[in-house]
Design a protein around this ligand. Structure first.
Ligand code: GLN
Length: 261
């Protein structure tokens, strides 16, 4: 069993330690005796997405987004085919914005997106910054319940229905009517600060504004990505829970400190 992780533009998209997401995936594989291979893919590389189990795109400023989009756009069709085929993809903030139709900057520059998903982003004057807590949509909560063996039903993960993180973006993202968000904002701004939606979920794609990095702060989300990748390989085996008492305590402390009282 081996998980191949494509880390796209690790040198350009790495705001607020987003590379920690890749480290978390690798660590959680190794702790379970699963092999994990990371392929760093940046400018002027033509990746074969059919070999990837998980693709990770971090966040980046407008400058980096403009720098890399011309390199990434020719790969859009291949990436879309892989996504339709169940590829697991995690995209954060600037990387998330690039999955959509376009991102219009504060200077009215329209950065074309990959057009993988039907949403668009427009920069506003006020930056949306701070701690975020979201409640996962019901469907994704149910999926979480199924990633550990049934004997672990009492595992604390089963009750973690929230994600915590940090956001800092001027872009406001508006999802097309056919798309579902990742969750509902309990604290913070999320997609646009208006409709309480946060992130997007389509097939095995997760786009979100949450830095943190998000996976070390939300180990249940990391395990969901791993479980989806293994399932796509035809390995239905449930994941063995890890000793995440510290991570869970940190997660709950953030909820306690910043969550609605
Ligand atoms: N450039 C984008 C914005 O400010 C994304 C920033 C980020 O990735 N944190 O909206």
């Amino acid at each position: 069993m081996k998980i191949i992780i494509y880390h796209l533009y690790p040198d350009l998209l790495d705001l607020y330690g987003d590379r920690g997401n890749v480290l978390a995936l690798v660590a959680r594989c190794r702790w379970r005796g699963l092999e994990a291979e990371v392929r760093n893919i940046s400018l002027n590389t033509v990746p074969d997405f059919s070999e990837a189990d998980i693709v990770v795109l971090g966040g980046g400023s407008d400058r980096e987004q403009i720098l890399l989009i011309e390199d990434l756009r020719p790969k859009a069709a291949e990436l879309k085919a892989a996504v339709e085929n169940g590829l697991v993809l995690l995209a954060i903030c600037g990387g998330y914005q690039l999955l959509g139709q376009y991102y219009q900057t504060a200077q009215n520059q329209k950065i074309p997106g990959l057009g993988l998903l039907d949403f668009y982003t427009v920069a506003g004057e006020k930056r949306m910054t701070g701690n975020v807590i979201i409640q996962l949509e019901q469907e994704w909560q149910q999926q979480l319940g199924g990633i550990y063996p049934p004997s672990e039903a009492g595992n604390e993960f089963a009750v973690l229905s929230t994600l915590v993180g940090f956001e800092n973006h001027s872009g406001r993202t508006y999802l097309g009517s056919g798309l579902k968000p990742l969750g509902t904002v309990l604290r913070g701004y999320g997609n646009n600060g208006q409709d309480s939606s946060e992130g997007v979920r389509y097939k095995n794609v997760i786009g979100t504004y949450l830095h943190g990095p998000i996976l070390p702060k939300n180990p249940h989300l990391a395990d969901l990505l791993l479980a989806l990748a293994l399932k796509r390989q035809g390995l239905a085996a449930a994941l063995q829970p890890l000793d995440d008492r510290l991570e869970i305590a940190a997660h709950l402390a953030i909820r306690e400190r910043f969550g609605p009282k």
